[in-house]
Ligand binder design. Structure first.
Ligand code: FPP
Ligand code: K
Ligand code: ZN
Length: 480
């Protein structure tokens, strides 16, 4: 068998040859005079402004891209880019609340013709804007009428919401629709949901291996599992599988049967979690899996039973890049602001599971990741000059990134912990027992006025919004 197949796209740079001392000294001299204007702003530790001291000599396409990303980020990390302003003593630019708020208000207006590609994401456009506005401290109940009018036609009589009027029901669209209704709140919003049809539909999506398809005839993945458990727990749907559903006929009893085991099979050799058993670990699925497990049972009980937590912590830790401080979604890929939530949002869940018993309200003195690095990346690299937040410098802002970059910032700014008291005494009561207090991590380098509102660590909406929807649903039990 030939050992050498297709040539690999790798190069070994000559730069590894030792530089003669004389040349080094003269380069240093020229550099220091030529780069004065390139010096970082005071207050920024070198860790966040200098390339890592040890670099892989093997140059691949991936490493070229990582280096190019670092070059793009450096002026922003150093606090010397012309678009940045209002720095604090840590050299961190302020959160531009007003323009981000304006950007999200605009996003809620009718979207232009050119957005036709987003036509299957209409509930998401509503969710990202409302969640973002909620974190910025805006009152989201004022959008009640408009949101109800927008979402009403997207619900199908066979259960669930489609991504737009006339579209097949999808768990992701239904998740965004229900979270949006929770954020606008009130009888009319809650009463709009046909919970019985929703229960029947989700029962049809349940698979015999424990997971959920995202739509009838569609793919089964960890997103489906998380979205389904979000809907079931917020709407207090019965756990019994509806009669006639395939999973029930295959011998499963409950919507949660085999679910933790299914999620467990999605943990890969790297320690991260993939979308389905056997595929590549990705940060988006890590959050979906951990949040889904935390709905099924309290993190300190359920995590260790179904996941290799030390391996997962090691994989998650490797997602934070230095010096950028931002997070990547998978091994050897680039930092991206949205992983501040998908990866960053895993930390509060893991920290809670490691803290153990509830009511340990004292925020831990330090964190499992660098809150300082992530804060610097978000505030330094992700703010668009005309409002909105982005993946990284050089990318356009959009409402998805605006929502999830801020969700990541909010999660680093606030400590999340579970208590013994829940607003609910029914199924999944532990999901409704989360509380929050300001984080006291010494790596909090943001200014006081830049603290965002805390979000529920499982549902990514304000705690009150989740609790009210759940309590209302409990007053309307479904008879099955
Ligand atoms: C890769 O994109 C992205 C994925 C494999 C997962 C996308 C899923 C989500 C963002 C979350 C879904 C969650 C819910 C609740 C519906 P890429 O290859 O463009 O990015 P990368 O290079 O950073 O991996
Ligand atoms: K990406
Ligand atoms: Zn992104």
């Amino acid at each position: 068998m030939p050992l050498i197949g297709k040539p690999r796209k790798v190069r070994f740079p000559n730069a590894q040859k030792p530089t003669p001392t004389s040349t080094l000294a003269s380069t240093k001299k020229t550099m220091s005079t030529a780069t004065d204007s390139n010096q970082p702003r005071p207050g920024i530790p070198a860790l966040f402004t200098q390339p890592p001291p040890i670099r892989d000599p093997l140059i691949t396409e991936t490493i070229d891209l990582q280096n190019a990303t670092l070059e793009k980020c450096l002026p922003f990390l150093k606090g010397i880019h012309s678009t940045q302003k209002d720095f604090n003593k840590h050299g961190v630019p302020a959160l531009q609340r007003d323009i981000h708020t304006g950007f999200l208000y605009d996003a809620l207006e009718d979207y232009p013709e050119g957005f036709v590609a987003m036509d299957a994401s209409r509930p998401w456009i509503v969710y990202w804007a409302l969640a973002g506005l909620a974190m910025l401290g805006e009152e989201t109940t004022r959008f009640r009428e408009r949101v109800i009018t927008t979402l009403r036609p997207m619900q199908n009589p066979t259960g669930g919401f489609g991504g737009g009027h006339g579209q097949t029901s999808h768990l992701a669209g239904s998740y965004a629709a229900i979270l949006s209704l929770a954020m606008v709140g009130g009888e009319e919003a809650f009463g709009l949901v046909d919970r019985n049809a929703m229960w029947q539909w989700i029962s049809r999506l349940k698979q015999r291996d424990g997971g959920f398809r995202v739509c009838e005839g569609g793919e089964e993945d960890v997103r489906g599992a998380y979205c389904a458990m979000t809907l079931i727990s917020l709407l207090d749907l019965p756990l019994t599988l509806a009669p006639g559903s395939q999973a029930r006929e295959a011998g499963l009893e409950s919507l949660t049967s085999g679910l933790p085991e299914y999620l467990s099979r999605c943990q890969t050799f790297e320690g991260g979690i993939s979308g389905s058993p056997g595929s590549e670990a990705h940060g988006a699925y890590a959050f979906c899996a951990l949040a889904c497990l935390s709905i099924v049972g309290p993190p300190e009980e359920i995590f260790n039973r179904h996941m290799d937590i030390p391996l997962l912590v090691s994989w998650l830790s490797a997602r934070q890049s230095a010096p950028e401080g931002g997070l990547s979604g998978r091994t050897n890929k680039l930092v991206d602001g949205c992983y501040s939530h998908w990866v960053g949002g895993c930390w509060p869940l893991l920290e809670s599971s490691l803290e153990g018993k509830p009511d340990n309200t004292e925020p831990p003195a330090n964190s499992l990741f660098s809150r300082e690095g992530l804060t610097r990346y978000i505030l330094g690299c992700c703010q668009g000059v005309d409002g909105g937040l982005r993946d990284k410098p050089g990318k356009y802002v959009d409402s998805y990134h605006t929502c999830y970059v801020m969700a990541g910032l909010s999660a680093t700014q606030n400590h999340h912990y579970r208590t013994d008291s829940s607003v609910s005494s029914g199924n999944f009561s532990s999901s409704f027992s989360w509380k929050t207090s300001p984080s006291r991590d010494p790596g909090n380098v943001f200014s006081r006025g830049d603290r965002l509102e805390p979000m529920h660590p499982l549902y990514v909406i304000p705690h009150k919004a989740a609790e009210k929807m759940r309590l209302w649903s409990e007053t309307q039990p479904l008879t099955v």
